[in-house]
Ligand binder design. Structure first.
Ligand SMILES: [Zn+2]
Length: 408
């Protein structure tokens, strides 16, 4: 397929009934049932990865007092105009109105979780993950489908660690990123973003943080290039950039070392000698924004999602009504194994059913005629029209389950 024939994710999103945007909520997508299947699969996958790597899942409020972002430094550095702020007064009393913000990031609130009680060196590194909804005030001219949104979902995490442990934490995160992006066959590259002009904290901390990131990249023998002065205001970072199907570059995953926020929120832990110490924060996201990731994935696959992500995985197509009973049994068996299956019972020709299932990019088409019923077999073909011959139901089911499990 030439590049000019490639469809935009917005078009594919409507055709396959995945997601859409509406003027009623600019920059915030509506998710249809098919899109939600993909969203939930991605969420499940990132949760498995995260919990397996020793993270604990948390959730923090979407709307918090703006004071929090003043204390973290986001108010001035990120810009109050890039956030949604609301002045609210409580009608129950005469207190003066309070400014609230819809959180544009989870970082400051993760420090509130940390401060819930005294922390000991024994529980560090403490890894808090959160699949959180964030709001950022993108200009209306910059909002674009799912690629640039005002409401986004991020697979965020904040690690609180002793200074001597951050190198290992960053290393583990980079390993996860590589494993993750290889599953989707993306071309990716790492970029080391160093201290910006406007920044918080001491230069000696920036020196340490930048050196740690660079050391890990070298140890892991990962290729990287520099993005000078492009770090966050609180710390340097390694970003993972991918090239999408149209040759555009996107920043998705990120890992950042932060000495600033633990100081701004006066975070402490008690060390082996009973002395108070300051932890270091590591921020990380693997998908980055779910919305952007899914837009890129949709365009990359042109809607032909891999089996494990496909909203419907198997279409069962009886040639005539005579095979419906046999097909229903097959449907039940596959559904019981949690394989997303759709039986085409409509009174249409086989060609029409094949056409419909193919347009919906359903990975496997199971065709059942009198011969298949007689032999207790299924005829299998792929959405690309490849004939896989006959299989019995058990064989087919096991193959599908194996492919789902390995994300083939
Ligand atoms: Zn953060």
């Amino acid at each position: 397929m030439s590049k000019t024939n490639l469809k935009d994710h917005r078009e594919i999103g409507r055709e396959l009934e995945l997601f859409f945007t509406d003027d009623i909520a600019p920059g915030a997508p509506f998710w249809l049932p098919n899109g939600m299947v993909i969203f939930k699969e991605l969420e499940k996958f990132i949760r498995e990865l995260t919990l397996g790597a020793g993270y604990q899942e948390t959730s923090t409020p979407i709307m918090v007092k703006s004071d929090l972002f003043k204390q973290s430094g986001h108010w001035t550095k990120f810009g109050e105009h890039n956030m949604y702020n609301l002045i609210l007064s409580d009608e129950e009393d005469d207190k003066k109105p309070v400014s609230y913000t819809l959180k544009p990031m989870n970082c400051p609130e993760s420090t509130i979780l940390y401060r819930f009680r005294n922390r000991s060196y024994r529980e560090l590194p403490l890894r808090f993950s959160e699949v959180g909804r964030l709001h950022r005030r993108e200009k209306s001219g910059e909002v674009h489908g799912l690629l640039r949104v005002r409401q986004l979902t991020m697979d965020d995490a904040h690690i609180f660690a002793q200074e001597e442990k951050i190198e290992e934490e960053v290393g583990n995160i980079l390993d996860t990123m590589v494993a993750f992006y290889n599953i989707f066959n993306f071309d990716f590259e790492f970029k080391l973003a160093t201290r910006p002009e406007e920044r918080a904290g001491k230069d000696s901390d920036w020196d340490k943080a930048e050196k740690t990131l660079e050391d890990v990249l070298k140890q892991k023998k990962l290729k990287y290039s520099a993005k000078d002065r492009d770090g966050a205001f609180y710390g340097p970072k390694i970003d993972l950039h991918i090239k999408d199907s149209q040759g555009r570059e996107w920043q998705l995953a990120t890992v950042q070392i932060d000495f600033h926020m633990p100081q701004a929120f006066d975070l402490k832990y008690t060390d082996e000698k009973g002395e108070p110490k300051r932890p270091v924060m590591v921020h990380r996201a693997i998908f980055g924004s779910f919305e952007r990731f899914l837009a890129i994935l949709t365009e990359q696959y042109q809607g032909s999602f891999p089996l494990w992500l496909s909203p419907v995985q198997v279409a069962i197509l009886p040639i005539t009504d005579g095979q419906i009973k046999y097909c229903r049994e097959a449907e039940k068996e596959l559904k019981n194994a949690s394989i997303r299956t759709q039986l085409y019972e409509k009174n249409e020709t086989l060609q029409a059913k094949i056409r419909e299932a193919t347009l919906l990019k359903i990975p496997y088409l199971v065709i059942v005629g009198p011969k298949e019923v007689e032999a207790k077999k299924l005829s299998i073909r792929t959405r690309d029209g490849k004939d896989l011959g006959q299989a019995d139901l058990q064989e087919f089911k096991e193959k599908i389950l194996a492919d789902i499990a390995t994300k083939a």
